[in-house]
Design a protein around this ligand. Sequence first.
Ligand code: 2NL
Length: 348
Amino acid sequence: MIGQLEQLLGQLDELRERAIAELGPITLLSDLDEWDIRYLGRNKGELKNLSAIMPKLSKEERPVVGQRINAVKSELERQLSAKRENLKQQEMIAALEQERIDVTLPGRALPVGHMHPISRTIREVTQIFERMGFSVVQGREVETDYYNFQALNVPADHPARDMQDTFWVNPGQILLRTHTSPMQVRTMKETEPPVRVVVPGKVYRNEAVDATHEAMFHQIEGLLVDEYCTMADLKGCLERFAQELFGIDTKIRFRGSYFPFTEPSAEVDVTCSSCHGEGCRVCKYSGWLEVLGAGMVHPKLLREVGYDPTKYRGFAFGMGVERIAMLKYGLGEIRLFSGNDLRFLRQF
Ligand code: 2NL
């Protein structure tokens, strides 16, 4: 019997040594699981197999062997979990090493957009006037008949008031503004002179669309009201504007005209920036381009907004942004601006 006990303890020692020796070189977690099953498996594990002899042992032998089995078992379990931790750690290090990223590499360039040529023109024009002391204000696009027509001295029989030419929201009352002037009227009603504002924005006209006309386009209007203000001030202001926009050599000229809201009124031409006044296709061989309408604010308007027309004078002007942009970029087709064709837009 002593021999059998010693043999058993020897087998346990041998199993322990062998298991530990085999554990050392293991590098894969899957191999570790196999090792676990082979030595510690509940079913056919080698330690389990040796424990099967227990019932055949004597009462005195049993605790000795039992203790030794438990000692081997817990030692192997401890080594197994240590090894498992170790392998997990190594796998993580290997993964990190493989997935290493170079944070100093330049990033992937994202496509960058840019301003629409109309927005660019609006910015350019308003900035010129801002440098002359004007403020930029914007108004609503849906307006009342009063602010768009009545307050501006637009007579009932004026073509602009024709039901056909205006987009009515509520016929006779609410409309899409046909010019940005309603905002100047609102500004004057809200503030005392001096007033110096430029108003850019969308305007709407129910017109037949062609290469130079659209139903929605952009306008910039300017207004100055002060105690001392003459036609010469208007001319100097617009000359300066034309020279900043089209070049320092640009000359301007006034031609008498008519607007219901100004008296006197003028069409303003600038020397053709394409041919410098020589005559070319752009200016139809006249050397001049019509770019603005302007005039002295009608006294009726000043009275309408609560200003004393014997004390205050004003000048005002208006221009179509699309027309300015077409001249600046040499375009013959207004619809390109609203077409959203990237082949066109990318050229700016
Ligand atoms: C043009 C002509 C013009 C005005 C706009 C204006 C506004 C007020 C008072 C007086 Cl509140 N005038 N605006 C004056 C003259 C001409 O625009 O051809 N625009 C494209």
